[in-house]
Ligand binder design. Structure first.
Ligand SMILES: [Zn+2]
Length: 240
């Protein structure tokens, strides 16, 4: 398993190319925020909203586009959630993410300093919502007015496919609300974490996980052939 310093180094390796592009776009006044000349506070707010929303679409595509899911599947095969899950991304997905960051930097005209600031916050949010930190439910419900919390993201790691296909946000919970993909109806203790068809420990070794995107993909079924299901419950607030 990767340690946290290892995690930081691997994730930071995603930055040099987008930073170089941010300098290049700034010099040539390319991209939305380079055209608008907004006050600093507005630039900060716009950067966080635009980039987090771009990542919402990215995460959606990771699940909905079959070739991307092959890579993102590796992240979801973890059988229990903790901060190390945040480091469990396939090399291929990390390389693809560099492409997304670069395109977003050009389109939105994100400056190099704002890019690094956003990226640090984004990584902190990823560590936070993958953590097994059991916050009091009242605290999570307040945080969940704005942020993606561990209980909310836990539902995204369920072996029930409908639950995995929800809660695609990283930092703010609003995008899932906007798209009707917010799910808060499953209590934390009721969730079995993982991908239904990939639950045998001996299949989840580093080598096999690295090869997983390049092999035939299994249907969303448990090894015994069952499809995991659960009745959706109405839920205004995050379930305990
Ligand atoms: Zn996912």
């Amino acid at each position: 398993m990767l340690s946290i310093p290892g995690f930081a180094i691997v994730r930071l390796a995603m930055l040099p190319i987008p930073i170089a592009i941010a300098f290049w776009a700034g010099e040539r006044h390319i991209g939305l925020l380079n055209w608008l000349h907004l006050p600093t506070l507005a630039v900060v707010i716009a950067t966080y909203l635009l980039m987090d929303y771009a990542y919402w679409w990215w995460h959606w595509a990771m699940h909905m586009v079959p070739v991307f899911w092959r890579f993102h599947n590796v992240h979801h095969t973890d059988l229990d959630l903790d901060v190390t899950t945040a480091a469990r991304f396939h090399f291929g997905e990390m390389v693809l993410s560099i492409g997304l960051l670069s395109v977003a930097v050009i389109l939105f005209g994100i400056g190099p300093i704002m890019l690094v600031a956003f990226f640090m916050t984004f990584e902190a949010a990823t560590l936070f919502h993958h953590s097994n930190w059991r916050l009091p439910i009242r605290v999570e419900r307040i945080l969940n007015l704005i942020l993606v919390t561990p209980r909310m993201h836990g539902i995204h790691h369920s072996i029930v496919q409908r639950e995995t296909n929800s809660n695609w946000g990283t930092m703010f919970c609003w995008w899932d609300k906007l798209h009707g993909t917010l799910r808060r109806d499953v209590p934390q203790d009721a969730i079995t974490v993982g991908v239904a068809a990939y639950r045998e420990e001996d299949e989840l070794t580093l080598g096999k996980l690295f090869a997983l995107p390049f092999r035939g993909q299994r249907e969303w079924r448990l090894p015994n052939g069952e499809i995991p299901e659960r009745e959706p419950q109405p839920a205004e607030k995050l379930a305990e």
